[in-house]
Design a protein around this ligand. Sequence first.
Ligand code: HEC
Ligand code: HEC
Ligand code: HEC
Length: 172
Amino acid sequence: MQKKLLLATIVGALFIMAAVTMVYAEEAKKVPEIPGITVKDAHPNGCVDCHRNVPDRADYRLSTKITEWATKGVDDEIMERAKAAWPTASLSGKHPNVAGMIKSQKIPTTCLSCHGEDSSKPLYRVLHTIHYTGGADNHFISSYKGFCTQCHSVNLKKPPTGTMEVKIGKES
Ligand code: HEC
Ligand code: HEC
Ligand code: HEC
């Protein structure tokens, strides 16, 4: 009787060990879903694929946002982030109205005419700050997992490989 109980215990323990090992093996096999690297890129045109007009929800287009900034002024949270990103720039809190430019040209190329790397307001600093501040409260992090490759593409095919670019696209 006691032998049978011992055997049952051992068999039971072996089952549990096997199950645990299988779960760990599955975990190890799981590859992070990095857009354009391990899975298809759902936003190949960068900015404009996320900043779209979504009927019944909101108009997320940058032309709409920047028109709002040019007419009503910039909201405090964005101003705070812009000041931190561009400590030497003097900001009024009103964006020039560039909606026409944004609609007719590719983004973010068109932004770079004023927000170039060597200007006092380089685009990358304000964009990295806006999309990465605030942890889980930031929708870029919580809804899009914060991947660099949402905006950047990494060239792994055409030598010289390993180069990184910014994706571009036109608003529709
Ligand atoms: C994968 C989706 C995604 C991509 C790609 C993306 N953004 Fe965003 N962006 C967001 C989200 C989500 C927010 C809101 C972040 C928050 O919750 O504070 C945001 C916020 C912003 C804001 C602040 C104003 C606003 O609309 O909330 C600007 C400006 C902005 N993005 C510009 C850009 C530009 C320019 C690009 C391309 C270089 C870009 N974004 C690419 C998702 C994206
Ligand atoms: C014609 C030049 C010009 C273009 C084009 C332009 N900007 Fe700006 N941007 C400015 C100036 C000037 C400011 C400073 C506004 C102020 O005084 O607050 C600014 C400020 C900003 C700010 C900080 C908030 C604010 O208004 O102060 C963000 C974010 C920004 N720009 C994003 C963009 C993006 C994204 C694009 C392209 C879709 C773009 N800008 C295109 C000139 C431009
Ligand atoms: C919301 C879009 C967006 C995201 C997300 C993003 N970038 Fe960028 N990044 C840009 C843009 C736009 C530029 C500026 C391109 C230019 O000036 O020509 C840039 C420029 C850069 C540069 C060059 C800046 C320099 O010093 O000249 C580096 C490096 C970079 N990004 C790294 C990253 C890394 C690492 C991540 C992820 C942690 C990331 N980026 C995520 C939009 C983004």
